[in-house]
Design a binder for this molecule. Sequence first.
Ligand SMILES: NC(=O)c1ccc[n+]([C@@H]2O[C@H](COP(=O)([O-])OP(=O)(O)OC[C@H]3O[C@@H](n4cnc5c(N)ncnc54)[C@H](O)[C@@H]3O)[C@@H](O)[C@H]2O)c1
Length: 357
Amino acid sequence: MSKPVYKVVVVGMGKRGMHHATTFHANPRFEVVGICDIDEAKLQSAAAQLGNPMTSTDAADLLAKTKPDVFCLTTMPNIRYSMIRLAVEAGVKLIAYEKPMALSMAEARQIMELVRRAGVKTVVSHQHRYGAHYQKVKEIVASGALGRVHTIYAHATGWLLHMATHLIDYMRWYNDGAEAEWVMAQASGRGKLSDNHPSPDYLAGFIHFANGVRGVVEVGAGAPDVPEVDYWWRKARISVQGTDGFAEVLTGGGWRALTRDGAMQGTGTMDYALDMPPYIEDMARWLDDDNAVHPCNGEDAYKGFEIMMAMVRSVVERGQVALPLPDGPPELEELAKVLPEKPVLLSTPENRKEYPA
Ligand SMILES: NC(=O)c1ccc[n+]([C@@H]2O[C@H](COP(=O)([O-])OP(=O)(O)OC[C@H]3O[C@@H](n4cnc5c(N)ncnc54)[C@H](O)[C@@H]3O)[C@@H](O)[C@H]2O)c1
């Protein structure tokens, strides 16, 4: 018996929208039936590459006309809940959307309550984990070759709402999804509060996981450089440390490990062309079978998002913040009220890139 073909609508035909739409289009399990953007020129050029699906500048209208199974949202983070609600109301089965999943804890909670109630599956684009080098580190950690894992240190030069959402998701994965019990963080620099991914310029924080593992996160202008990696946005490192050794992945520079079995290393870099096809294929698998839960499922992304927002609350409230996070005002707006006007002290000149001097 042939497997069903799932109908897809993609909203937001920028860089990430095209990555998603072209990958859906290339996969026989999906049919891109509609694309949406407020920019007509982008719509026309995208349509030509996607077999000329229906186009619209109005997502609600497109949903009503195409009745898709999958709704893919790849706009900037200022548009999340309103679009997800339209998709749920239109009766989609799966919503695939971009990180960060929201701009506040309250919005993330609203999204999760809505999709849980409606029984809609969600997937958030933390697709770096499909990289062979990311997978190799997972394999080494899972093999037990590091002994008792005690610390996972993750850092990136990109700022909070861009990069911490990735790093914390992979940290949770390497830590077998252990619950976080509390966090504590500090931040500095107001330059990126007005960015489309509003963030402090630099944030450093600790996470206490219930299994005793300590997470350490640094993101933004004060984070260490990763000199082995040239491309600024891929200067990220996640290092898993245990009693018998360590294993680490560099987003743009392979992996290395020192374990009971000796020193090892290998190549690999974040590459959309390699990561997107299996990320999309796993959506078909989950649609076919409720038990084949997508590795980037929304419930896991939500746990990571909560840790990230708890760190912002820690900066605002000072001190340790317990999870689960209670309701509260929008974290980044509160941060803007208290963050002093002080430049970030950089760890290397390399970190000045992309930042106001
Ligand atoms: N997962 C990853 O590896 C990764 C990498 C880069 C970016 N991202 C994320 O992807 C998201 C989008 O980033 P991008 O670089 O593709 O942005 P982009 O600006 O290239 O694309 C966004 C598109 O959304 C359109 N848009 C805006 N409002 C709309 C509306 N109301 N209806 C329909 N379309 C609308 C814009 O016209 C634009 O074409 C961001 O959240 C970003 O963090 C993820």
